[in-house]
Design a protein around this ligand. Structure first.
Ligand SMILES: O=c1nc2n(C[C@H](O)[C@H](O)[C@H](O)CO)c3cc(O)ccc3cc-2c(=O)[nH]1
Ligand SMILES: C[C@H]1O[C@@H](n2cnc3c(N)ncnc32)[C@H](O)[C@@H]1O
Ligand code: SF4
Length: 412
């Protein structure tokens, strides 16, 4: 027997959305398991597999439930981070077949940012009233390239982590808040960076070891073996570091593997309580890479992945970057997201350089038209700020509003 239930009928809070999605105001969930989740039951693996399978015929229940859970837990706020992207060192020990970020020493796009250039860009970022300094590097570049090691030594550092700690301190001194994603780091490196970063990032990408097999995207990327990524994320949990993680959708995983990846992130958070947000990144083929002629993640599949993440983790912060879906990103507001991630007024997305950031005014307008209020957050979400060292937290106070977000008069 299938349970039927009406939710949200006549509820003023979903009026705007129902203008875009007329079915929502009289949402009927036709499966018993979805109704249970709506009532607060934790979604099981079978629930998610079934919800996905049923959504192939008609996605409305899946999306309706995701949107309702989002509203219940996150209200009508959509956040973003006003950031500058520091392409710190883009040489990399690994080679992922989707990646156009990595460079060989001597390439025109090779980057090793001297501390002096980092400081200049920080000052410009501050003039544009950015809040976040996002530091990104390849995977342990000095282990593969002697040129990188000797450059680091000339700059006065024994390795990439030490260099990043110095860059992060500079960011704090210029009034920005660092968030570093340098790939897999050892526990002592995580500990070092916790001292200067309000959060760290490490994409799980996928929990499927199959993707590291011959002919698959992570075959030449030992750091992307799921056990290795999960170990770093666990170490970060033991160190109580607010972590951003996420998955890359559409790189050859099955829908079952995509669901297992979502569950792997949920399990980490249930054990350590430190996953502050989950990024769902849709694969976009980049010219010149091994996967450059593959199709990008299919929009309908990706949207289901977003909704499943919300259903698996009703109160998680869930992010989709707007630049990778330039014509349709506003649709993800109705699939359960509550964050747009970093948007930069001054630097490109070095990972997907073909995809410029949208203008803030446009993101603001589209969010508002869908019934959501755009707010600027720090690279650490308010509910995770208590995990941040006291001295860093104090630096946030003057820029902070009553909710722990960035004051309007600072960023607008
Ligand atoms: O908030 C984050 N966003 C991260 N992002 C998202 C990024 O800011 C953009 O939203 C996407 O690159 C959009 O293309 C990354 C994007 C990359 O392409 C590569 C690495 C990252 C890493 C992070 C990260 O650690 N934290
Ligand atoms: C920094 C993050 O960027 C993502 N990433 C790397 N290459 C691509 C691509 N072609 N399309 C989308 N995301 C990508 C990965 O998830 C990586 O972890
Ligand atoms: S995605 Fe990260 S690990 Fe993979 S090749 Fe690019 S820089 Fe290296």
């Amino acid at each position: 027997m299938r349970a039927r239930r009406h939710i949200g009928g006549g509820d003023a809070k979903i009026n705007t959305a129902s203008q875009r999605e007329p079915s929502l105001s009289k949402l009927v969930l036709s499966s018993e398991s979805l109704n249970g989740i709506l009532d607060g039951k934790r979604a099981s693996r079978d629930d998610l597999l079934q919800a996905y399978a049923e959504s192939l015929d008609d996605p409305r229940d899946l999306l309706g439930l995701a949107q309702t859970l989002r509203e219940k837990n996150k209200g009508r706020t959509i956040t973003f981070s006003k950031k500058a992207f520091f392409n710190a060192i883009n040489m990399c020990r690994d080679t992922c077949s989707y990646c156009t970020y990595r460079a060989e020493p001597g390439d025109a796009k090779a980057s090793m940012m001297p501390v002096s250039r980092v400081r200049e860009l920080l000052q410009m970022a501050k003039r544009y009233r950015c809040v976040e300094a996002l530091f990104v590097t390849g995977e342990r570049p000095e282990e593969r390239y002697p040129q990188v090691r000797s450059w680091l030594l000339r700059e006065g550092f024994s390795g990439t982590a030490e260099y990043l700690a110095c860059c992060s301190q500079l960011a704090l001194d210029e009034g920005l808040f660092p968030h570093t994603n340098a790939g897999n780091l050892h526990a002592d490196e995580l500990h070092l960076l916790k001292g200067t970063n309000v959060s760290l990032g490490l994409m799980l990408e996928s929990s499927s070891a199959r993707l590291a097999e011959r002919g698959m995207p992570h075959h030449q990327a030992p750091s992307k073996v799921p056990a290795a990524r999960l170990e770093v994320l666990e170490n970060a949990g033991r160190l109580r570091i607010p972590m951003t993680t996420g998955i890359l959708v559409g790189i050859g995983e099955t829908s079952e593997e995509m669901i297992d990846s979502i569950l792997a992130m949920r399990s980490l958070h249930e054990r350590y309580g430190h996953i502050q947000e989950i990024i769902l990144q849709n694969f976009q083929p980049e010219p010149g890479t091994a996967m450059g002629r593959r199709p990008g993640a299919q929009a309908a599949y990706f949207t289901r992945a977003v909704a499943l993440a919300r259903i698996a983790m009703p109160d998680m912060n869930i992010q989709v970057p707007p630049n990778l879906s330039p014509d349709s990103y506003q649709d993800f507001l109705l699939a359960g997201i509550n964050d747009w991630g970093g948007i930069s007024p001054i630097t490109p997305d070095f990972v997907n350089p073909e995809f410029p950031w949208p203008q803030l005014a446009r993101v603001d307008g589209l969010s508002r038209a869908a019934g959501f209020e755009l707010k600027c957050r720090f690279p650490v979400y308010p509910e995770f700020a208590q995990m941040v060292p006291q001295d860093l937290r104090e630096r946030m106070l003057p820029m902070q509003d009553d909710c722990g977000l960035v004051r309007e008069d600072y960023w607008r």
